[in-house]
Design a protein. Sequence first.
Length: 376
Amino acid sequence: MGERILTMLRKEFRSVFRDPRMRMVIFGLPIIQTLIFGYAVTLDVRNVRLVVVDRDHTPASRDFVARFTGSGYFHAVLWSQRNDAARREIDAARASAILEINSGFEARLGAGLPIPVQLIIDGSDSNTARLVLNYATAIANAHDTAILVEQTQRRNGLSLATGGVDLRARAWFNADLESRNYYVPGIIATLVMLISLMLTSMAIVREKEVGTIEQIMVTPIRPVEFILGKCAPFIAIGFVNVLMVTAVGLFWFGIPMRGSFPLLLVGTALFLLSTLGVGLFISTVSSTQQQAMMTTFFFFFPAMLLSGFVYPIANMPEAVQWLTYANPLRYFLVIIRGVFLKGIGAEVLWPELFALLVLGVLVMTFAVTRFRKTLA
């Protein structure tokens, strides 16, 4: 048995690494995709392009605009006096917001009267528009508070620096609130899933297309030995991909890793058990590599969308939430983010580890029993 599995291992490694393009897909593509997605997949909004319509032209109005442009969130791309010119910038997607200040801003400020200021936001992207509105509201509130304190001090000759509530917010696990710290570990999980599914789903199909499956049928190799010989190279490749992509996340993007790296490897092994089982099942039911590739993506994209990688599972309909319990990527995302950001151990993550073990055993058992040494 050991000799037969070893023979399959050598054959599979040779067939995988013989093609230079396949080597690029296995080792180069995950790093390139991690770099691209690491910069692209982020919900942080910086340098919002702002059009300023200032009809007051006073130090008070310029100070108010400076609070926006000096916050690090807004960048003034145009100063205009005309609404139609400002709206053209929004229509052409050259700006995301318009800050409009009418004349009499400083006069009403000195008189202690309410000051109407208009902020027009491009709401095409609702998430970005919501963040821009939150940033603008916080800036306006801070400016309003500073004005009230200054006017009170000037009127009464008192200092309000003593007393009051000193509120300081602190976020656990992701102190800088960088969405990249949350998404890069998720990118690692999705890339490992994609690569392992692609390689495994074409393993048996490739034997069918080149005609070597008939030669395997007449050998004394058993289905379990054949499956083990097919899976072992891809398990090794999956671990290598995890190591490479994790190194990119740690040393290039500076993602913190507060937990146990051996625990991450254990979670990866259980996750690969599920993905390799699904890939082998796809390979047994497909007749060509094109069918296997299309079926792989048919499985991968719903699995990614239903994993909580982009959209919170709690926001999904209840029926869909139940469906996500059969998704191995859901559990691995909890494990990898818990290890990277929270530093939690197996005493907390054991439900996810156990779920991956159960799913992996069931899927792999089904794939092995599905395989038959026949052309049918």
